[in-house]
Design a binder for this molecule. Structure first.
Ligand SMILES: *Cc1c(COP(=O)(O)O)cnc(C)c1O
Length: 392
């Protein structure tokens, strides 16, 4: 299997067949498992074998298929599936730190990630330093002897700042710290996090893996000793497990994730090119555009630039709301990477909670709109956007 390319792994890796020999992956919608004898039950509670299960909070065959398939895709040893992307971020961070430890993180983070770092972990005596993730020297300066973890979104939501992942991993490892990467925007299709040296790679599978806006899910990927060690111990006892039904939905979606994501990136590239320089826009932020300040780094790290971009309309919140309310195909919502194209106004929704000065620092201005490009016809989407801009 190791020699297979990603598209083959996405369809076949990790498959477990029952005695019926089913072609399509089965949903084992069971929380418990029957033992043939009391001795077998005892033995499993002493040490669980590779393909043995005792309780779905610890593991389940359908969930295990998804974990193994995503680990194979990422090129790492192991995975632990979680109930949501945030359960994965929380599990990866909390499993690895204790009171007195220090974390260095990029500042450009999803609001809930910031909440874990600044509110929850702080209550348990973990200190956090936030840095400008684009500035490699800032990472180096912020590291201390007590730094246990380094955390970042490899491409940030919603302003698409790109982290030089290899440089950040090298700095962390030279100082004995582990690196946890929230890799949602980079996508599992174009991920470079394992090659760069990330110790744990976290996804919200709610995004590109499901890709059709149905289920919440998350995944923590990395070396077996970390994932099956502290991460699994933390998650199985605190109850962050993924539902077998959701794991089955995600498995079926992995079959065509590569096709969907590539088609969505084709569309994103066309939309970015069509909108750049539009007189109603102050800027179009997409790492695939030459005008993106980190375009060269983005190209060096990943094959393609992703399915999401941000645009800033001139005229602030009123203009942004006018655009959102005029769009006919793009729906107003706060998910992304869906097959349906979605617009989000981060300043009043996903990032509303951030203090004004943080928003300003991150470029989350009143005119900023996040565009998630779906599977509709690109020309229809461009016409929809141009008409909405005209209405401002
Ligand atoms: C959506 C998202 C999450 C959280 O995922 P959920 O599945 O909604 O819990 C975490 N990080 C990033 C970058 C995200 O986009």
């Amino acid at each position: 299997m190791d020699k297979w390319k990603k598209r083959t792994k996405a369809v076949h890796a990790g498959t477990r067949r029952s005695s019926y020999g089913e072609v399509s992956e089965a949903i084992f919608l069971t929380q418990g498992f029957v033992y043939e004898s009391a001795e077998q039950a005892e033995a499993r509670f002493v040490k669980l074998g590779d393909d043995e299960f005792i309780y779905a909070r610890y593991g389940n065959p359908t969930v295990a298929m998804l974990e193994d398939r995503m680990a194979a895709l990422e090129g790492v040893e192991a995975g632990f599936a979680t109930a949501s992307g945030m359960a994965a971020v929380n599990g990866a961070l909390t499993a690895l730190v204790k009171a007195g430890d220090h974390i260095v993180s990029s500042r450009a983070l999803f609001g809930s990630c910031l909440y874990i770092l600044e509110d929850i972990l702080a209550r348990f005596g973990v200190e956090v330093t936030l840095v400008d993730g684009r500035d490699v020297d800032a990472w180096r300066t912020a590291i201390r002897p007590t730094t246990r973890l380094v955390f970042c979104e490899s491409i940030s939501n919603p302003t698409l700042e790109v982290i030089d992942l290899k440089a950040v991993c090298d700095i962390a490892h030279e100082n004995g710290a582990l690196v946890v990467v929230d890799n949602v925007f980079a996508t599992p299709v174009y991920s470079y996090a394992a090659e760069a040296g990330a110790d744990l790679i976290v996804y919200s599978t709610t995004k590109h893996v499901d890709g059709q806006g149905r289920c919440l899910g998350g995944m923590i990927l990395g070396k077996r000793d970390l994932v099956r060690g502290p991460v699994e111990a933390y998650l199985k006892h605190t109850g962050g497990a993924m539902s077998p039904f959701n794991a089955w939905v995600m498995l079926k979606s992995l079959d065509h994730m590569d096709l969907r994501v590539n088609a969505q990136v084709d569309t994103a590239e066309k939309i970015a090119a069509a909108l750049e320089g539009h007189p109603k826009l102050a800027r179009v932020i997409y790492p695939g555009l030459k005008s993106h300040p980190q375009h060269d780094l983005a190209r060096r790290q990943a094959e393609r630039a992703g399915t999401v971009m941000a645009i800033e309309v001139k005229g602030g919140k009123d203009a942004a709301f006018k655009m959102l309310n005029t769009l006919e195909i793009f729906t107003i919502s706060n998910n992304f990477a869906d097959s349906k194209s979605i617009v989000t106004h981060p300043a009043t929704t996903t990032h509303q909670r951030l203090p004004a000065e943080q928003k300003a620092l991150l470029g989350i201005s009143p005119g900023l709109i996040r565009l998630s490009c779906g599977l509709e016809d690109a020309d229809d989407l461009i016409a929809d956007l141009l008409a909405a801009l005209e209405a401002i």
